[in-house]
Design a protein around this ligand. Structure first.
Ligand code: GDP
Length: 633
């Protein structure tokens, strides 16, 4: 192999390669010199090693997103140079545009530099100092099928454990409430259900320590019970089962236990590990036992919090109140939240004017695992957002303005697993399992599809079905996919409009199939790295090559006349000779006289450079726009 061919393969200049070879004691005479395949392989290996070391040597710390201007300063380059690098990657931006981490790192890589993210204030406060931790109460969420009694149980506990002790018995709805049982405190999240639970997790915070799965004794395990189980499992939260409505004459506890056993929740009295308590929200039977079990579970978990660090909590609800402005219900997770603290949540901040507890009383402080209403922020964060204390207003403003910048450049597509880049991730060892949510029209098909897909699990990658179910792909499926980084595959089912919109916004892959073979084939080829999205090409123009110039620096430039449509830079093209495609390439340079231009219209002349040297007068260059389309059947 000739040195210049090898250099091209390695993506470096042949002169640079020769320099490197000297360093590596492989001197060669000229770039036309040849080396055998084995030597080429060794050289390739060594050069890549050298490149990597070089890049590792140059590390600079920056904040993301970073503007082109600031990146140029950091790299010691001119902004115009950075813009050129970006352009070569098909990105057209101005010097004031902000670049996200991936894009900026790509540019830095070009200059053999690694960008390291500067540690954010949040990274520091969200980390807890385990040496200073003391015990805290568990936070519990109730989940289960609709009408199985979640709200009734929450109401019963609230009424019986708070009302009888407090004057008037008035409790304020602030998204969570706390009870003190003889054995310890428990905080219940007041918005039951797995959707709210997972929606909160999707925003980054996990508020719940223990899940109480409510199953009605007369109905048993239902589809939403299964959903709830899978949502709880995805967070690794322990599950305690409350079999509710045991007062009913048609209650059938064994039937419920049987149903639970099918989902790996084998009751303790059946030889399993799951704590199951029979309760009635109507009569109150079993409720005390349920509370005891929660406390017991919490003790096993040794839940702790630090009281000394700056307070951090999670937003449970947020609403606008007339007269009081934004009212935020939060659960304190670490530290002690105090009146007068300056805090940040989402892109809002403020000095805390007042704090109210779940009994509607004004308080000065809120401790870990206590729900509290916060007044003083200048906007409404979303459930699941973190709320945290900062040292002063200046810091708050700084964090908020950085977050607003981040919001602007956020790209969704790279965040989640997609079939197209599955193989790459497996190879880079970033992925050990493909998480799938599988929905089908009927139970039989669901099992058959699952069975066929399981066969593809290998040493490299395991297919993990985090949820399977019959029926439409719904919002809850998409949320679960979001938090667990899963791909959703549906077989002969539709997707709910709200779920579709959310998936699109978050860049979560949802695929619907009508032929089993196609589904299996897609997963198989994704695992093998053969999966390509279908590309739609749209013809935009054709140019005829009139003359060819060989320039030493710029390579080969074709002097052309645009005969149809227009020619656009950085777009894919075909080189055509005698009605046959000679090569597929990209328009790398486009000039009108001496000026670089983005496009040239019909009837005009221009100079075109493509990634291919052998162009002849009389050839045609056809330019296309390419659009990736999801393969749907
Ligand atoms: P959720 O949808 O899970 O919150 O269920 P609800 O708490 O709204 O309860 C649904 C229905 O079941 C209501 O009509 C309740 O009165 C009834 N219910 C709840 N718990 C019990 C119970 O322990 N016994 C009986 N007999 N009915 C109950």
């Amino acid at each position: 192999m000739r040195i210049y061919t090898l250099a091209k393969k390695l993506g470096i200049d042949s002169k640079e390669l020769m320099e490197k070879l000297k360093e590596l004691n492989f001197p060669v005479k000229s770039h036309m010199s040849s080396v055998d395949d084995d030597t080429a392989e060794i050289i390739r290996h060594e050069v890549e090693d050298l490149k990597r070391k070089e890049i590792e040597r140059n590390v600079i710390e920056v904040d993301f997103p970073i503007s082109v201007k600031d990146l140029a300063v950091k790299l010691g380059k001119k902004p115009s140079e950075i813009l050129k690098v970006l352009m070569s990657k098909g990105k057209f931006v101005t010097i004031n545009n902000a670049l996200d981490e991936d894009t900026a790192s790509g540019v830095a890589y070009f200059y053999k530099t690694t960008l390291k993210k500067k540690a954010k204030y949040e990274d520091k406060v969200f980390k807890t100092d385990s040496s200073k931790m003391i015990k805290r109460a568990p936070v519990v969420t109730l989940m289960g099928h609709i009408d199985h009694g979640k709200t009734s149980i929450l109401d019963y506990i609230r009424r019986s454990k708070i009302a009888d002790k407090e004057t008037g018995g008035i409790t304020q709805h602030i998204g969570a409430y706390r009870i003190e049982s003889p054995k310890g405190g428990i905080t219940f999240i007041d918005t039951p259900g797995h959707e709210a639970f997972t929606a909160m997790r999707a925003r980054g915070a996990n508020a719940t320590d223990i899940v109480v799965l409510v199953v009605a004794a007369d109905e048993g395990v239902k589809p939403q019970t299964v959903e709830a189980i899978d949502h709880a499992k995805a967070t690794n939260a322990p599950i305690i089962v409350a079999i509710n409505k045991i007062d009913k004459s048609n209650a059938d506890i064994d039937m419920v236990k049987q149903g639970l056993s099918r989902y790996e929740l084998v009751p303790e009295d059946w030889g399993g590990k799951t704590v199951v308590v029979g309760v009635s929200a109507k009569t109150g039977k079993g409720i005390d036992e349920l509370l005891d079990m929660i406390i017991l579970q919490a003790e096993i978990m040794e839940l702790k919090a630090s009281y000394e660090q700056p307070a951090v909590g999670v937003v449970i609800e947020a609403r606008l109140s007339r007269g009081r402005g934004p009212v935020i219900a939060a659960l304190v997770q670490q530290g002690v939240l105090k009146k007068g603290d300056v805090c940040v949540s989402n892109v809002f901040w403020g000095k805390i004017k007042a704090l109210h507890n779940d009994r509607g009383k004004t308080v000065d402080k809120a401790y870990p695992s206590y729900p509290v209403e916060v007044i003083g922020l200048n906007g409404l964060p979303s459930p699941g957002d973190r709320i945290f204390v900062v040292p002063n207003e200046k810091k708050a403003k700084e964090i908020v303005s950085r977050r607003k910048e981040e919001e602007k450049v956020k790209t969704v597509s790279s965040a989640h697993v997609r079939l197209v880049d599955l193989h790459k991730k497996i190879e880079e060892d970033k992925l050990k399992q493909l998480k799938l949510i599988l929905k089908a029209d009927v139970g039989g098909t669901l099992e058959a599809v699952e069975e066929s897909l399981r066969k593809f699990s290998s040493d490299e990658i395991k297919i993990n079905f985090i949820h399977k179910g019959v029926g439409l792909i719904n919002y809850s499926d998409v949320l679960l996919a979001e938090v667990s980084d899963a791909v959703i595959a549906g077989f002969k089912v539709n997707i709910e409009p709200q779920a579709k919109e959310y998936a699109r916004k978050k860049g979560i892959e949802v695929r619907v199939y009508h032929i089993v073979y196609e589904l299996i084939n897609d997963v198989k080829s994704a695992l093998e790295g053969l999966f390509e999205p279908q590309i739609k090409r749209i013809f935009v123009g054709r140019a005829r090559v009139k003359e060819v110039f060989k320039l030493s620096k710029a390579g080969v430039i074709a002097g052309c006349a645009v005969e149809k449509g227009k020619i656009m830079r950085a777009k894919p093209c075909d080189l055509i000779r005698d009605n046959e495609i000679v090569t597929k390439s990209t328009i790398t340079s486009l000039k009108r006289f001496k000026d670089d231009v983005r496009e040239v219209g019909e009837g005009m002349e221009c100079g075109i450079g493509i990634d291919y040297g052998d162009i002849k007068p009389g050839d045609y260059i056809d330019v296309f726009l390419e659009e990736k389309i999801e393969r749907k059947l």
